[in-house]
Design a protein around this ligand. Structure first.
Ligand code: 7TS
Length: 414
């Protein structure tokens, strides 16, 4: 299959692969083919070095010390915030809150923004495509405050039913929380349109960008959402760090999420005065190294070129879709017209976990299971899939190896 024209690849993938030391290893005696990028991406040397440099050269706590190292660490941490702001197209650094990841971003909004505002019977709109981390926090709110969860449906291809979504936005809708790109199917939601529909009715919107921000340009200013959340580890950055963008006015109105050091201006036993944004939401010593690593990752993506990455991954998706669907007994799950570089599939007579194990024996790393998105798989009539997900360093040759591995799985279970 490698003879398909590959000349228009805009990224210098071979050079970029050299930036990821982990990729040049063998797994089970075969060259590693890493196709589990929706779970977490690999980290380039620039990111690893930025973390090592911090610990080796200027490890210090931030915002507290008058000493030189502390100031250096504070500057690096705050530079990462500005870089995140620029990367997401946000307007003000104080609108970027460092969190542990998309999960924490969503929980922060559900508890600090919505919980104080929600009355029994008020509605929260999500979609069938959501990852569990954009379902369970709202279910907690249902238990805590009597909120009602409304779910926008998808069609048989896994594309959102936009009219049904629009019809759900009503008098009692207090909040909308939507995934930008589905981690289980790769569906790209028409998010600008969906945000606009809610904003027209003055309903605040959170967008879960965990699977979007490293794969295409996010422009929060144009998107017009109230909150947007990302995970650093899905963007070539470290685990344990992510960011929540929130409109300053809303963040100002919100009570703190966690109490502790750093989020206060003054404390007496009678009264505590909270710190200004964004520190009000960053209680305790944050993941300083993580934030610095995230900043380095975003710089890396910008240097590679997010539009080039998007084009490359689209090219890989098209190639993989053709290659995988041509194998007898394989069915692609999720065929929305707009998709990011995620390919979910099932193999007739082969359990996804068995397929994943056989692929692993061939050195091919994929994820098998429900991908923490059980409702959408159930909607499409499956319990689990095999999922291959692409990143900037993947190649068509790797997809050929994926296809060979699948053929092998089919043969083993024939
Ligand atoms: N939202 C989406 C769309 C996701 O794909 C994930 C993680 C999250 C939220 C949660 O991100 P976290 O960094 O806070 O865990 N998705 C996956 C996945 O598809 N495989 O492993 C994790």
């Amino acid at each position: 299959m490698s003879e398909i024209d590959d000349k228009e690849r805009p990224l210098d993938v071979e050079r970029l692969r050299g930036d990821f030391p982990i990729l040049s290893q063998e797994v089970n005696g075969k060259p590693l083919v890493y196709l589990d990028n929706a779970a977490t991406t690999q980290k380039p040397t620039a990111v690893i070095d930025s973390i090592c440099d911090y610990y080796r050269e200027y490890n210090s706590n931030i915002h507290r010390g008058v000493h030189t190292l502390s100031q250096k660490a504070t500057d690096a941490y705050e530079r990462a915030r500005v870089r995140t702001m620029d990367f997401l197209g946000a307007g003000r650094p104080e609108e970027i809150i460092f969190v542990r990841g998309a999960t924490e971003g969503i929980n922060l909004v559900s508890q600090a923004y919505l919980r104080p505002r929600i009355e029994p019977g008020d509605e929260i709109v999500i979609s069938t495509l959501e990852h569990h981390s954009n379902i369970v926090p709202w279910q907690l709110l249902r238990e805590q405050a009597g909120a009602v969860l409304k779910v926008a449906p998808v069609d048989d291809n896994g594309a959102i039913d936009i009219q049904a979504y629009k019809d759900l936005l009503g008098e009692r809708t207090k909040f909308v929380s939507l995934v930008h790109v589905s981690n289980a199917l790769g569906t790209i939601n028409p998010i600008r349109e969906m945000v606009a529909m809610a904003r027209e009715k003055e309903i605040p919107v959170l967008v879960d960008g965990a699977q979007a921000a490293a794969h295409g340009r996010v422009d929060i200013d144009k998107l017009g959402c109230d909150f947007y959340t990302i995970s650093g580890h899905k963007m070539y950055g470290p685990t344990g760090i992510g960011a929540l963008y929130g409109k300053a006015q809303l963040l100002e109105e919100m009570p703190p999420y966690h109490g502790g050091g750093e989020m206060i201006l003054s404390v007496t036993f009678d009264k505590t005065e909270y710190n200004r944004l964004p520190y009000k939401f960053e209680a305790g010593t944050p993941d300083i190294a993580g934030a610095i690593g995230l900043g380095a990752a975003l710089e890396y993506i910008e240097e590679a070129g997010i539009e080039s990455i998007e084009a490359h991954e689209k090219n890989l998706l098209d190639y993989a879709t053709a290659a995988v669907s041509s194998i007898d007994g394989v069915e692609i799950i999720g065929r929305a017209p707009a998709k990011a570089g995620i390919l979910s599939f099932i193999i007739d007579g082969v359990h996804p976990h068995d397929a994943g194990t056989i692929l692993d024996q061939q050195g091919v790393a994929v994820r098998a299971g429900h991908h923490c998105a059980q409702p959408v798989l159930e909607r499409l009539g499956v319990q689990a899939t095999v999922r291959a997900s692409f990143a900037l360093y993947n190649t068509r040759e790797e997809i050929d190896l994926l296809a060979q591995g699948i053929t092998k799985a089919v043969e083993v279970f024939a």
